[in-house]
Design a protein around this ligand. Structure first.
Ligand code: ADP
Ligand code: MG
Length: 388
């Protein structure tokens, strides 16, 4: 049966808990039956539609069976940023074909799914509602429970999808388009906020600076590609809150500094900032990237020192940045700290991290899936209030 058909043929909702399915992967371990479960994860919080299947049991690290992703970058590029209404409509178009794709790649059938997880928040309300609506409809049609996942917890736990997963406890540097936070992570669901940005996120600083330089959307990858050809010391840019004595960040002033310095150069060249000579633009991009990375690395080291932990986990889209990875690697090596990153293709939003976070929460007993198919999304949802 196709995914769409399953939803169309939704039977009456049945009130029963998750059950043990007859899956070929269920195996014997020390003579005891290990119950294997499969979670389907759906991500639709912003401009990526992601779907994934993760298999887990009570003992071992959950395993990613398949995932599929559609990025809306091309669609939003013309507008220089995400258009929420277009994002929602595109999620509607993509989510079922992506689900079909994941089922085919994994060799699983809809009947193998035990739990349907979806991103409950934070994110764009309309976009979240698409994922939540589809997840609830699909779960209802299959008579299976649902589980709403916190998007940032998905990012935070995404390094568990890598070949070298971390061990608790660790310091997490969460650097995405919307968030910049340092957290102490003691276990699944045990997160203590150590510091966060008081204004723009690091990804936002990349994106806004890139926009000023006429580099298009999304700015992070474009700015860092241009920076490779530039001299990071050619411009002196501020490192906000570097010596604040706490673990907070501030990036809003940086884009203003980029604008001022860019305008000064543009005036001298008799052009506007977007038409700066290529070498000047590359220098400004390199200086911007260096300022952001410098602050992120130094604050991460301060967080490790403050917590006396020897493990760092980096998550979120900015975690794909090469300079950030190189500088964190060097600083961590120097301090005897292990550093873990998500796989490069799983740094930005994806369904695998949502399915993984759901599997880890279920495995830890921290959360039970629900047969209440109320897709009550939470566009604003602080990570610290997750379990309250
Ligand atoms: P969100 O969940 O807030 O949408 P993501 O985790 O998907 O954010 O990450 C998107 C952000 O990551 C964007 O701000 C983008 O510019 C940034 N980004 C992606 N790749 C890079 C890179 N190589 N260097 C710097 N920033 C990057
Ligand atoms: Mg994200």
């Amino acid at each position: 049966m196709s995914v769409g058909k399953a939803i169309e043929q939704a039977p009456c909702l049945q009130s029963r808990g998750p059950e043990c399915i007859h899956h070929p992967d269920r195996h014997l371990n020390s003579g005891a039956m290990v119950k294997t479960r499969i979670v389907l994860g759906i991500e639709s919080s912003c401009d990526e539609t992601g779907v994934a299947l993760v298999r887990f049991d009570d003992l071992s690290m959950p395993v990613l069976l398949a995932h599929a992703l559609h990025s809306q970058i091309d669609m939003h590029q013309a507008y220089g940023g995400v258009v929420p209404e277009l994002a929602s409509r595109d999620h509607i178009r993509r989510v079922l074909p992506l689900t079909q794709q994941v089922m085919e790649h994994s060799g699983c059938t809809l009947a193998d799914i035990d739990v349907v997880a979806f991103t409950r928040g934070p994110g764009l309300a309309g976009a979240l509602l698409v994922g939540a609506g589809v997840a609830c409809a699909m779960a209802a049609s299959l008579g299976k429970p649902v589980l709403g996942v916190h998007h940032l917890e998905g990012h935070l736990l995404s390094p568990f999808l890598s070949a070298d997963p971390p061990q608790f406890p660790f310091v997490a540097l969460l650097v995405s388009g919307g968030h910049t936070q340092l957290m102490r992570v003691d276990a699944v669901g045990q997160y203590q906020l150590l510091g966060e940005t008081i204004d723009d996120a690091a990804g936002e600083a990349f994106d806004k600076s890139a926009k000023l330089l006429g580099l298009g959307y999304p700015g992070g990858p474009a700015l860092s590609a241009l920076a490779q050809r530039g001299n990071p010391t050619a411009f002196k840019l501020p490192r906000p809150l570097l010596h604040s004595g706490n673990l907070d960040f501030s990036f809003a002033g940086l884009k203003t500094a980029v604008l001022v310095q860019g305008k000064n150069c543009a005036q001298a060249s008799g052009c506007n900032i977007e038409r700066l000579p290529a070498d000047v633009k590359a220098d400004l991009a390199a200086a911007t990237q260096a300022a952001i990375v410098d602050v992120l690395v130094k604050k991460s080291m301060a967080a490790l020192q403050a917590t006396d932990l020897k493990r760092l986990v980096v998550a979120g889209g900015v975690g794909a940045n090469r300079l950030l990875r190189d500088q964190l690697d060097a600083a961590c090596l120097h301090r005897g700290v292990r550093v873990h990153y998500p796989e490069l293709n799983l740094c930005t939003d994806n369904g695998a991290m949502i399915a993984m976070a759901a599997a880890l929460r279920l495995q830890s007993g921290r959360q039970q899936p629900s047969l209440r198919y109320a897709f009550d999304v939470r566009p604003r949802w602080p990570l610290e209030s997750l379990d309250t």
